[in-house]
Design a protein around this ligand. Sequence first.
Ligand code: FES
Length: 170
Amino acid sequence: MDTAVKEKQQLNKKTKEDPKNFGATLWVYKGEKGALIPLLQSAQDTYGYIPESAIDGISEVTGIPSADIYGVITFYSQFRLKPLGKYVVKICDGTACHVNGSKDLISIIRDELGITNNETTEDGLFTLQEVACLGCCSLSPVIMINDETYGRLDSKKLKTILKEYKSKES
Ligand code: FES
C-alpha cells in the first residue's frame, strides 16, 4: 500500500480516537485534489457530525469557500450538520415493511416526536432516520432504536415503545 494512503488511514484512526487530531488530518490533505469528501467523512467520523470549526478548517486547506462546502454537505444525505440524538430511531420503509404498514408507523413517529426524516428533536434526544431495509424483513414492520430491534409492530406497540423511551428521560 502507498505510504501516503497508509499515513492518511493512520491519521484518520487517530482522529477518531481523539478529535484534537482532526487538525493534523486536515493538513495531510492540503493541496490534494478530491480531498473534500474524505475530509468531510473524517470530520463526521470524528465528531458524529460536521461542526462549523471543521468546515472552516477544510475551507482553509482546500481553498474551497465555506458556502460551497455547506452546499456539498447538504447535497449528500449521509452528512450531518447537527449531532445525532441520544436515540436514533430507524424506521424501515422497504418493501416488506411498506406492505405491512410502515407508512402509518412513520406518521406516528413524526407526530409523537415532532420531527421528520433526518431531523433531531430540540432536546437532542431523538433522531429519525427512514431507511430502505434493516435486514430483518421477516419481522416487518420494523424499527430500530440504537441497537435494539422492534419487530411486528402496530401503532399501539409503537406508541408504547416511544412512551417508554420518553419516560426514561423525563
Ligand atoms: S424491508 Fe423492512 S427490514 Fe427489510
